[in-house]
Each structure stands twice: as structure tokens, then as C-alpha cells.
Design a protein around this ligand. Structure first.
Ligand SMILES: CC(C)(COP(=O)(O)OP(=O)(O)OC[C@H]1O[C@@H](n2cnc3c(N)ncnc32)[C@H](O)[C@@H]1OP(=O)(O)O)[C@@H](O)C(=O)NCCC(=O)NCCS
Length: 269
């Protein structure tokens, strides 16, 4: 099994609706802990159980590559607001941070070495009340920017803002306890993301942001603090349990910082 370098950011995307081999699913189930299996057995819908089992197996398989250990032996802790982390990180993986997100048929797992990462995938379904959600939770600047957009662009912009906000609060670990109007994004300039947070003048934040679309109708936001503050590397791979990863041609549609995108050969954004 090839281990992609994580000098930079690595993102794995799994379409769990494409994982259907009974043998692979049985092997996934075998990787789960007793607690995870009990939870898996509790799902009423087979589709929910399927997504849950593939998610847990994916997390164990990917993290075990960097621990050189049996995926079943990994133990997890949770922060005060539920942020998962590896228990007893060994020296070689103590600097490894990861974050997971799922929506629709897509699971995304991001990892970074010597840094911190938050990730969010949001499938563009029907979100009729999104302007009301924005007025209630977003900054005044974000609401004004949304209101100024034509109808067809407004929903896309909302999803991008939402995914960016989720990725940021997930990187911090505070989840929804962090008010969504205590920080904001400006997406007015093409291909750019400008970020500001309370007490943080623009340009002084350690956080960088990227928006990508790893599947049709899916917005993915990455928020990361990386060791390389000039042009970090991002590799995006399609993940299937027990198979080789496939590099994906998935370039950011917007970025707050340029990144080198690892595809087959490196290409800069
Ligand atoms: C974390 C949170 C933002 C997730 O948002 P979401 O878009 O619904 O879900 P996503 O699929 O993107 O992310 C879920 C994954 O994030 C991870 N996660 C959970 N809590 C997290 C946190 N506080 N920070 C970062 N990651 C977190 C988990 O891996 C979780 O997946 P899993 O349950 O399968 O392991 C949100 O559910 C949350 O804030 N939960 C914590 C509860 C909380 O803070 N309550 C206070 C209310 S004031």
C-alpha cells in the first residue's frame, strides 16, 4: 500500500455508494471496535449503517498507515466539543492531525503533518431557507454580499460560506459552540478567499482556506494551519478500502493561499 507523503495536506475522498462488495464490507466490519459495532447495529436504515461502517473503516485504515499499526488497535479520544484525536500518539505520528466530514454519499478525511486541519463537505441539495439561516448566523458583511447576488449565484455562495465556516470551527475543535458571526469570509474577488476573525487583522491569521469540488454538486472546504506558510502542497486521492488510492484531478476553485496541487505531476494553482 502506497503511503502518500503528508508533507502538506492530504485529502481522501470516498464515495461510499460505490463500495458494495460483500467481502470488502465484511472486512470493514471486522476493523471496527466493539463500541463501533454496537453503534453500527443500532442503525435502522441499512444505508445509514453502510455509510457508518465505511466511514469508521476508512478512518482506521488511513490513520493506521501513519502509525504502522493494526487499524483495529487504534484508540480515539474526543475533545470537549467532540473533536476526535488519536490516543497515545507515538513519536512518529504525534504531529499528525486529521479531520473527517461526510454528507450525502461523500466521506472526506483530511490529514496534515505538523499542523491542524478542519474539513467540511456539503452536498448541494435543496436548501430553501438558506437566506434566513444566513441572516440569523452569518456576519452582516456576509449577509449583505449574499443579498447583492443574483438568485442563481446566491445558493452556491451560501454553501461555500457555510462549508468554510464549518471547516474553521472544526479546525479549532469548538464546533458549533463558536458563534458563526464571530468570524467571516469575503468571496467577492474571483478565485480568492479573504478571512477575518475577532481580534485578527486580515493577513495576520495563521489559517489558510481552500474550496474544492471533489464530486458533482459537492462543496468541500479545507481550513489548515500548515508548517509551510508560503505554498503548501495539497494531494487529493480517491479512497476505496483495501485498494490502491487513485490521485484525483481536483483543483481548488478558491483559495486564501496558493497551493501546489499534487496530481500525477505537481501543478500550481
Ligand atoms: C462538529 C460539527 C461542526 C460537525 O458538523 P457537521 O457538518 O454536522 O458534520 P461533518 O460530517 O462535517 O463532521 C462530522 C465529523 O466531525 C468530527 N467532529 C465531531 N465534533 C467535532 C469538533 N468539535 N471539531 C472538529 N471535528 C469534529 C467527527 O469526526 C465527526 O464525524 P463522526 O461523528 O463520524 O466521527 C457539529 O456537529 C458540532 O459542532 N458538534 C459538536 C456539538 C457542539 O458543539 N455542541 C454545542 C452546541 S452550542
Amino acid at each position: 500500500m502506497r503511503v502518500p507523503s503528508i508533507d502538506g495536506i492530504s485529502i481522501w475522498i470516498c464515495r461510499h455508494d460505490r463500495i458494495s462488495s460483500p467481502e470488502d464490507l465484511a472486512r470493514c466490519w471486522d476493523l471496527l471496535s466493539e463500541t463501533e459495532r454496537r453503534r453500527g447495529e443500532g442503525f435502522r436504515l441499512a444505508s445509514d449503517r453502510h455509510a457508518y461502517v465505511v466511514t469508521r473503516a476508512m478512518q482506521r485504515l488511513l490513520l493506521s498507515r501513519y502509525r504502522a499499526t493494526d487499524p483495529r488497535s487504534l484508540l480515539f479520544d474526543k475533545g470537549a466539543f467532540g473533536r476526535p484525536s488519536l490516543r497515545n500518539a507515538l513519536a512518529e505520528s504525534a504531529d499528525l492531525d486529521f479531520n473527517l466530514s461526510h454528507d450525502g454519499n461523500v466521506i472526506a478525511l483530511g490529514m496534515v503533518n505538523r499542523g491542524t486541519i478542519g474539513i467540511d463537505v456539503t452536498a448541494s441539495g435543496c436548501r430553501p431557507a438558506f437566506l434566513g439561516v444566513a441572516r440569523r448566523f452569518f456576519t452582516r458583511g456576509e449577509v449583505a454580499a449574499l443579498e447583492a447576488l443574483p438568485d442563481d449565484a446566491r445558493a452556491d455562495c451560501f454553501l461555500q460560506l457555510w462549508a468554510l465556516k464549518e471547516a474553521y470551527v472544526k479546525a479549532l475543535g469548538g464546533g458549533l459552540s463558536i458563534p458563526f458571526d464571530s468570524f467571516g469570509f469575503c468571496l467577492e474577488k474571483p478565485a480568492s478567499i479573504r478571512f477575518h476573525a475577532n481580534g485578527n487583522r486580515e493577513g495576520t491569521s495563521p489559517w489558510s482556506f481552500w474550496l474544492l469540488s471533489p464530486a458533482a454538486g459537492v462543496v468541500m472546504a479545507i481550513c489548515a494551519r500548515t508548517a509551510d506558510r508560503t505554498q503548501p502542497t495539497i494531494g487529493v486521492y480517491e479512497f476505496r478500502p483495501f485498494a490502491e488510492d487513485t490521485p484525483m484531478t481536483c483543483r481548488p476553485t478558491r483559495a486564501s493561499l496558493p497551493a501546489t496541487i499534487k496530481i500525477d505531476k505537481d501543478a500550481a494553482l
